[in-house]
Design a protein around this ligand. Structure first.
Ligand SMILES: Cc1ncc(COP(=O)(O)O)c(C=O)c1O
Length: 426
């Protein structure tokens, strides 16, 4: 833990405090203190020197201490493992050519929990490798979940998260299914905010992409016989991303998988557990080898009803009716799916959540996929039992485009968020 020996309060105002402190031999300037974050900027070169996340009651002087005489030595305990050396400026990468690959960033968030306890205060650490016991629950028995959400930079420099509490809730539901403790919604949100702010320079400029946020929940304690692990770790890392599919925003080409299945009734298809994704690699690799973008799965009982794509939900449009497979335990309840259903209804479309037969693909007007990573991705063709069904003339369908425009404008702060979906970070 780090501490500061000299601390000189300069000003107290409603949004936080301004203070001079001596830290590592140089004078630093606290520019903002509030909502659990303390920013320290080196007063000489205006570089962000450190950002600390803390819980007010336990780790920071309470109000009465703020008015200590300026000469009082004050020891502040911080929770970050080492100081920042980064600037507040944008990271120096080619923002025009980011795809959906890992770009290591500066900090990750780590929080631990014993099996019978609850998650205690987490901390920001330098992004890097983690140590795992070879007999950890995640390595041996796949006791792990992940989430995915995005942060967008607005024109005014502030950052928007999209419905992060939905990810927190989905992780809680998934954790229950996988016999894991989960962070509370508040802990999840605080951790996401701290991680994004610590990596602010990696949030792409407006229109260049987003910061993909990947929370992980894993059994990290050692276990040999099959049982829940004795310790859990919640970790968040981030990476700037552009388009998910190599097609960019152009329509993707799907193939319907008839033999391999992603999920079974009573299984774990409805939660974001890591094993669901390893299980689709074989079909996905085979599809990509044949030039398809991804795989569309059918239900495993009748091999007839649409389920979803490897990492996104599917919608079929016919006239004014937009249909999507109902949530019934074998598909992931996508947050983008839920949002698009609301947006479509507000635009006057009739949205049906029901069994959607593969035959309906034959006379659909448009098909599109939804997901955090893919956003709203138009489908150009679907191949089923060797027969290729094409949609549109190679471009994006009118309805898919309309829904894409509305959703992305809300996510980027370009359209009024009357549904209160976004969370703004300054
Ligand atoms: C299997 C699967 N389906 C659907 C989705 C879309 O979910 P969301 O819109 O919450 O990103 C995802 C991505 O998270 C996924 O992995």
């Amino acid at each position: 833990m780090m501490h500061f020996e000299k601390y000189h309060i300069d000003e107290v105002h409603s949004s936080g405090i301004q203070a001079l402190m001596e830290f590592g031999g140089c004078s630093s300037f606290v520019v903002s203190w509030g909502k659990g974050h303390l920013y320290i900027v080196n007063s000489n070169n205006l570089r962000l020197y450190a950002l600390y996340t803390f819980y007010l009651k336990d780790h920071f002087p309470i109000a009465s201490q703020i008015v200590l005489p300026s000469t009082s030595p004050l020891r502040l305990y911080a929770t970050v493992s080492d100081a920042y050396s980064q600037t507040l400026e944008l990271a120096d990468i080619d923002w025009d050519s980011i795809g959906f690959g890992l770009q290591p960033t500066d900090y990750m968030y780590v929080m631990k929990c014993p099996l019978d306890g609850s998650f205690s205060k987490g901390e920001l650490q330098r992004f890097g490798n983690i140590e795992l016991n070879p007999s950890s629950g995640i390595l041996n028995y796949g006791q792990g979940l992940f989430e995915g959400l995005k942060a967008y930079r607005k024109e005014d420099g502030n950052i928007l998260l999209f419905r992060p509490e939905e990810n927190a809730l989905r992780m809680k539901i998934g954790a229950e299914r996988m016999c894991m403790p989960a962070p509370t919604v508040e802990q999840f949100l605080e951790a996401v905010k701290a991680t994004v702010l610590a990596n602010k320079r990696w949030v792409p400029p407006p229109g260049k992409g987003s910061l993909y946020i990947r929370p992980l929940l894993m059994g990290t304690g050692p276990v040999l016989g099959l049982a829940p692990a004795p310790e859990y770790t919640f970790l968040i890392y981030v990476s700037p991303v552009g388009n998910y599919f190599k097609e960019g925003l152009a329509p993707i080409n799907l193939v319907v998988e008839n033999e391999l299945h992603r999920a079974t009734p009573g299984g774990t298809g409805s939660v974001k557990t890591i094993g669901n994704y390893a299980a689709v690699l074989k079909a996905q690799a085979a599809a990509k080898a044949k030039g398809y973008s991804d795989v569309l799965y059918l239900d495993c009982v009748h091999k007839r009803y649409l389920e979803e794509v490897s990492s996104c939900n599917i919608f079929v449009i016919k006239g004014n009716v937009i249909s999507t497979p109902a949530i019934k335990g074998t598909i992931l309840p996508g947050i983008t799916r839920k949002s698009i259903i609301d947006v479509a209804r507000s635009q006057g479309f009739q949205v049906e959540e029901r069994l959607v037969s593969v035959d309906e693909l034959l006379d659909a007007d448009e098909v599109f996929c939804t997901g955090t990573a893919v956003v709203v991705s138009p489908v150009g063709s679907i191949t089923y039992l060797g027969k290729r069904i094409s949609y549109g003339d190679g471009g994006t369908g009118v309805v898919s485009q309309q829904l894409y425009n509305i959703l992305t404008k809300i996510q980027m702060g370009l359209l009024e968020d009357d549904k209160n979906w976004t969370v703004e970070l300054r």
